[in-house]
Ligand binder design. Structure first.
Ligand code: SF4
Length: 370
């Protein structure tokens, strides 16, 4: 397929691999932030062909995985209400809340619908003026512009029966939190190309400078990932810590100004709780004052709902790269895609799902912090 095959070329992959191997003189730990990159790495066995010194650490960039349990439970409470049509992307339906998931609510009679765009949910609201229509707005900066546009359009169309359960998270504060942790072992980052297509590369400059880490923006195909690793290793070996754009076919320094303008209008930066990690300051978006009437959490009075995280699921450690998924005692036994204990086992970007799907079943030792 044109524009895809070029980025999966085995001969080019071998060349990049040879350059990485030749450049590596000592161990380096590189974190790929995005769950899409994690799946590409595991699916293509990239981590298994790198030179011994290069370790890839899987980061917190799976938006479904970092959605806190209380937010899932808010969605479940809302979806169970008889007057509600609850719209979501399909990947949220099997994510376990504290007692059940959205599939169970649907099986019990809840009107839960899978949509392919938040704008579809706006149309559902227009078609059902006597029902409350709620869209589950989950994601990083990538999905946020469409969600912002949906809320804006609902207001423009006078659809007072539409609201959004907002659980948006931001990548740079997560990198800041990882780098500030005393347990941090990360030497360099692969940043997510789609996030930077929206937000640009400028946000990462202060992080690279403050923490002395190279940050290479790259994509999701095998050659994208290998090129990102190659550039990261070259910087590390040379003692440089810069932001590099290895995804120039989509990313510009200032991102997408139109999308950013819509985001700034509809959303406001807020503190956000991350599943298994806890609260990270200024790491999320909520609806701005101008659009606060469309906030489902407020409309259904669920601001105070708090739920303790599962003691069995070690998603927090997986999401921070402190353990590999197969080191979780429940991996592949109590927790499988059919019987998930945590979101990373069911999300299409979850590290536990990648390890299970591509048969990385051997228990890995806990990562040393020494
Ligand atoms: S294997 Fe299951 S229980 Fe363990 S961290 Fe992953 S999602 Fe959680």
């Amino acid at each position: 397929m044109k524009y895809l095959d070029e980025f999966q070329d085995p001969a080019l992959a071998q060349r990049l691999l040879a350059e990485i191997t030749a450049a590596t003189t000592r161990p380096w730990a590189i974190m790929e932030v995005c769950g899409g990159q994690t799946h590409s790495i595991i699916r293509n066995g990239i981590d298994q062909v790198l030179p011994d010194g290069i370790e890839l650490i899987h980061g917190p960039g799976c938006p479904v995985c970092v959605t806190p349990l209380e937010m899932i439970d808010r969605g479940l409470r809302i979806a169970a209400r008889p007057e509600v049509i609850f719209c979501s992307f399909g990947d949220m339906l099997r994510v376990p809340g504290s007692a059940q998931d959205l599939f169970a609510v649907k099986a019990q009679g809840g009107d839960v619908r899978v949509v392919y765009s938040p704008l579809d949910a706006v149309q559902v609201a227009a078609d059902n003026p006597d029902r409350e229509v709620v869209f589950f707005g989950v994601g990083f900066e990538t999905t946020a512009p469409a969600n912002a546009m949906a809320v804006h359009q609902a207001r423009e169309r006078g659809l007072r029966n539409f609201s959004m359960l907002v659980s948006h998270v931001l990548v740079p504060p997560a990198i800041e939190a990882i780098m500030s942790s005393p347990e941090c072992r990360v030497n360099g980052f692969l940043a997510a190309g789609h996030v930077c297509t929206v937000m640009g590369s400028w946000q990462y400059e202060p992080l690279a400078a403050r923490h002395g880490v190279p940050i290479v923006i790259t994509g999701f195909e095998p050659l994208d990932v290998l090129e990102g690793i190659r550039r990261c290793v070259l910087q590390l070996e040379a003692g440089r810590a810069e932001v590099e754009n290895a995804y120039a076919r989509a990313v510009h320094a200032d991102g997408n100004p139109t999308a950013r303008a819509m985001l700034e209008r509809v959303f406001t930066v807020s503190d956000r709780r991350w599943r298994g990690i806890g609260e990270i300051p200024d790491s999320g978006w909520n609806l701005s004052e101008e659009y606060a009437d469309f906030d489902a959490t407020k409309r259904f009075a669920l601001e105070d709902l708090r739920v303790p995280e599962s003691s069995e699921c070690r998603a927090g450690e997986v999401l921070q790269g402190l353990i590999k998924p197969s080191a979780c005692p429940a991996f592949g036994t109590a927790c499988t895609p059919r019987t998930p204990l945590g979101a990373p086992m069911v999300s299409s970007e979850g590290a536990c799902a990648a390890y299970f799907q591509y048969r990385r079943l051997d228990p890995a030792p806990a990562v040393s912090h020494g």
